[in-house]
Design a binder for this molecule. Structure first.
Ligand SMILES: *[C@@H]1O[C@H](CO)[C@@H](O)[C@H](O)[C@H]1NC(C)=O
Ligand SMILES: *[C@@H]1O[C@H](CO)[C@@H](O)[C@H](O)[C@H]1NC(C)=O
Ligand SMILES: *[C@@H]1O[C@H](CO)[C@@H](O)[C@H](O)[C@H]1NC(C)=O
Ligand SMILES: *[C@@H]1O[C@H](CO)[C@@H](O)[C@H](O)[C@H]1NC(C)=O
Ligand SMILES: *[C@@H]1O[C@H](CO)[C@@H](O)[C@H](O)[C@H]1NC(C)=O
Ligand SMILES: *[C@@H]1O[C@H](CO)[C@@H](O)[C@H](O)[C@H]1NC(C)=O
Ligand SMILES: *[C@@H]1O[C@H](CO)[C@@H](O)[C@H](O)[C@H]1NC(C)=O
Ligand SMILES: *[C@@H]1O[C@H](CO)[C@@H](O)[C@H](O)[C@H]1NC(C)=O
Ligand SMILES: *[C@@H]1O[C@H](CO)[C@@H](O)[C@H](O)[C@H]1NC(C)=O
Ligand SMILES: *[C@@H]1O[C@H](CO)[C@@H](O)[C@H](O)[C@H]1NC(C)=O
Ligand SMILES: *[C@@H]1O[C@H](CO)[C@@H](O)[C@H](O)[C@H]1NC(C)=O
Length: 541
């Protein structure tokens, strides 16, 4: 299979046309008149063109969305049970493209993601985000303690409810029916997207998901496990977090050429036979520049899939090439404890025991978590045939250098879907495509100047789409829209890397990422930094 280089595919998709609406309904009374009795309007605000909007009190997302088109900003509060409620924000642009989009959240944070909303509203979408039912930063789960309703709101209820009401309010505001609905999110936002596909297939026509934390119970306990593997800090096997860069450099040194091109980018880590012993400390060597034998064993354990003592498989582990970001999966140096993503999760979300001592962690906690699936957060219903039946399109990506959610978690999810759909005789290619992005870290940034930016999702600051490359080849959200609305399925997406990840500076590199299990391969001529020098080649003989 060969997909022709992008230069030949010059056809660009212009941003969908937006129409100006005369809108005098940007007031609380109007929205209240549309809402059911269990919801009420907290705020409306007319934002002028090039204005900004946000809430300093939104501790998860305090950054204002800026350079906005003229729009009506709204905050709505919804009662979700006798003891819980959630809010959601809407941006309703004066020039509307007839479409609706919801953006996702990150970590366990609770807050309206105004910032991400601001990056997609300039396309013309009526845009929403929910606070997921609580108010906290990403690693704080105090709000969940003994609070099953709040767990359910974070788990899935707040997003789905916000989507239903958001659509209703949008249609009423414009006195018109929206034509298409979309979703974009990464990490927890990716999990939210997968849950929508699995649980509420009618919500979206197109879903753009990055690095989904889809298997919450195992993802969070993996985070705990890897932290414990490295601890305690005073042991001989402990790898200080600032040494992971050394390992990253060695992985790139050994693996870069495995794809035939020496450019600092490992196109397929599976092609590399990495040997960590090259970092073994020599007699007299400064130990902050090398690894001792127990540290090398720790490195090996951190890259082996996690299993319990009976060899029951639990979760994939760090991918080769993710070392530069691995340290963010551990706790803070000096605390001698694993990441709060693991400890807070068990104490407040699974066991409801704020005094839980992580040093007692054992396999039974995994079993308890799975049996409870607290908040219904796991996205583990792999029968997504209802989403297929309603004509939904799913575009899923994951960075190959992700140090927070192992790339293997997405490969596992893809395979679970594949097994399930194959049993039902439903081929995936027409409606679900998966893209692995070489060198990309967790939802943003990359190792070795690898191009990673693909627009649409919550990625670069203050940017809508892919500046200078506003077409479906370079912008995953435009690719998804073209797929949903015109039936053109994307074989590849061209990712971009700017100097300092700043779109006002020079483009350093662009390269296609190919639909799984394909791989971009150098044509043999032209600059390796130009996308047209690469073609998609299936990695299956
Ligand atoms: C938009 O606002 C910023 C300040 O927030 C200002 O620097 C810029 O000139 C404005 N642009 C336009 C087109 O008005
Ligand atoms: C953010 O937007 C709000 C209005 O939504 C405004 O009151 C506030 O001044 C803005 N903050 C900054 C730092 O621009
Ligand atoms: C969130 O909680 C903080 C206190 O931790 C408070 O200052 C802030 O107003 C709250 N934000 C919202 C949107 O309720
Ligand atoms: C939302 O409504 C609930 C009642 O269901 C109330 O307890 C809560 O204070 C309201 N939230 C805000 C931010 O007004
Ligand atoms: C709010 O009330 C409507 C009916 O008025 C109901 O369909 C919906 O489920 C309720 N929403 C929540 C979050 O309780
Ligand atoms: C590490 O610290 C613990 C107490 O925090 C102590 O019991 C143990 O002996 C120390 N181990 C080493 C190898 O220093
Ligand atoms: C060991 O290397 C580290 C990092 O390069 C340096 O900061 C430290 O001073 C060195 N220690 C010795 C004893 O040379
Ligand atoms: C394993 O964890 C469970 C749940 O916290 C705890 O009740 C049990 O005592 C632990 N077992 C051991 C041997 O520590
Ligand atoms: C498909 O998914 C459903 C729902 O999760 C499950 O019951 C079934 O066992 C799965 N089938 C396969 C072949 O994985
Ligand atoms: C976004 O742009 C605003 C001004 O337009 C600026 O104040 C802010 O720092 C920018 N944010 C980031 C993260 O670049
Ligand atoms: C490609 O980009 C890299 C990294 O920015 C740079 O070092 C190299 O000189 C570029 N090569 C070409 C052929 O442009």
């Amino acid at each position: 299979m060969r997909c022709w280089p992008p230069l030949l595919a010059l056809a660009t998709l212009l941003l969908p046309r937006s129409y100006a609406y005369t809108l005098d309904n940007c007031n609380n009374a109007f929205f209240d008149s549309v809402l059911p009795t269990n919801a009420s309007t907290l705020l409306t605000s007319q934002v002028p063109a090039n204005g900004s909007f946000g809430q300093a009190a939104d501790i998860a997302y305090p950054t204002n969305a800026t350079n906005l088109p003229a729009l009506c900003a709204v905050i709505i509060n919804v009662t979700s049970s006798a003891t819980s409620s959630y809010t959601f924000g809407l941006f309703l642009p004066n020039e509307w493209n007839d479409r609706f989009i919801a953006v996702g959240n990150g970590g366990f944070s609770g807050g309206i993601n105004w910032y991400s909303m601001g990056s997609v509203v300039p396309y013309g979408f009526a845009t929403i985000s929910t606070n997921t039912g609580h108010n906290s930063t990403g690693q704080n789960m105090d709000w969940a303690l003994n609070n099953p309703e709040a767990k359910t709101d974070w788990g899935y209820r707040a997003l789905h409810g916000s989507v239903l009401l958001g659509k209703q309010v949008t249609n009423a505001y414009y006195s018109s029916s929206l034509s298409y609905s979309y979703y974009a999110g990464c990490s927890t936002g990716g999990k939210q997207g997968m849950q929508e596909v699995q649980m509420f297939p009618e919500d979206f026509d197109g879903v753009l998901v990055g690095a989904p934390a889809w298997w919450s119970t195992h993802q969070q306990l993996w985070q705990l496990t890897v932290g414990i593997t490295n601890l305690p800090e005073n042991s001989s096997h402990f790898i200080p977090y600032d040494m992971f860069q050394l390992m990253s450099d060695e992985v790139v040194r050994q693996c870069d050429a495995s794809d035939g091109i020496v450019d600092g980018i490992i196109m397929d880590p599976k092609k590399c036979n990495f040997i960590p012993q090259t970092l073994l400390c020599q007699p007299g060597q400064n130990t902050s520049t090398c690894l001792t034998p127990p540290q090398i064993e720790t490195w090996n354990t951190l890259h082996r899939p996690i299993a319990d003592i009976h060899n029951t498989w639990i979760y994939p582990n760090f991918g080769l090439g993710s070392e530069a970001q691995m340290s963010s999966s551990f706790g803070n140096i000096g605390t001698n404890a694993p990441s709060l993503y693991g400890t807070q999760y068990v104490a407040n979300y699974v066991l409801d025991d704020p005094n839980w001592d992580w040093t007692t962690y054992n396999y039974s906690v995994v079993q308890i978590a799975d049996a409870l699936n607290p908040g219904g957060t796991n996205a583990v219903n792999f029968d997504i045939s209802p989403f297929h039946a309603r004509g939904g399109k799913l575009l899923h990506y994951h960075g190959l250098a992700d140090g927070l959610i192992p790339t293997g978690a997405s490969e596992l999810l893809y395979n679970n879907y594949l097994y399930n759909m194959t049993e039902k005789n439903i081929a995936l290619d027409d409606w679900y495509r998966f893209f692995l992005i070489p060198g990309m870290q967790h939802c943003q940034n990359s190792v070795g100047d690898a191009p990673w930016y693909l627009g649409g999702a919550q990625t670069l600051a203050n940017v809508t789409g892919v500046p200078g490359f506003e077409d479906k080849e370079h912008d995953a959200l435009l690719a998804l829209m073209d797929w949903v609305e015109k039936g053109n399925a994307p074989d590849y997406i061209i990712t971009t890397k700017w100097q300092n990840d700043d779109p006002k500076q020079a483009v350093v590199r662009q390269r296609p990422v190919c639909k799984y299990p394909g791989e971009a391969t150098y044509n043999g001529y032209g600059s390796i930094n130009a996308s047209e020098s690469w073609s998609c080649v299936s990695s299956i003989p």
